[in-house]
Design a protein around this ligand. Sequence first.
Ligand code: G3P
Length: 225
Amino acid sequence: MSKFKTPIVILNFKTYLESSGSNALNLAKALEVASDESGINMVAGPQSTDIYRIKDETRIPIVAQHIDNISPGGHTGSNLLECLKEAGIDGSLINHSEKRMTLADIDENIRKLRDNDLYSIVCTNNVNTSASIAGFNPNFIAVEPPELIGTGISVSQAEPEVVEGTVRRVKTVNKNIKVLCGAGISTGDDMKAALDLGAEGVLLASGIILSESPEKALLDLVSKI
Ligand code: G3P
């Protein structure tokens, strides 16, 4: 449980070259240093190909970026939960806006992760979808307006009503679900604004991955908590 204690920073490595292969390992090490130094939980979300090496060489918690709702057997090119678990994940993102899933698959993935003692972080795009997903009882809901992703315009400062509304509606359904926000988050002010609105952490990518020093950017991100 303590690996995902809030406030929390989850870094989605996506498929940037700056966060892939040997760069993924360096980024995971930067997360580890920043987490140790700040005392704030930080989690890596690398591509599947980089999970094993990060698990092998760091202590940072790891989430997969996506899991396919399949059983072991005749599937090609898919991400199988059982193998990701063996590689070292502690949980998974589900339904990222760059990898949308059906409601039935989201529901089933949350259940499978729970059955395997792994964390579920479901991404949503607005207040209404967040409230609907809350009925599935994931551990986290991460609200991310897609139009702000990768823009450097922070959801917590540009669209505070989305974060506030999501927290209010999700907690009405189940107060144990933790709400994160993401899209355009990169600075300490962005993260502080998110927490002030009731979010319990952030899910972010480009602001850290593409910065000159990810370690410094991570420390700045949590400097105002
Ligand atoms: O999953 C994180 C995300 O989609 C936000 O991306 O680059 O705006 O921090 P970014």
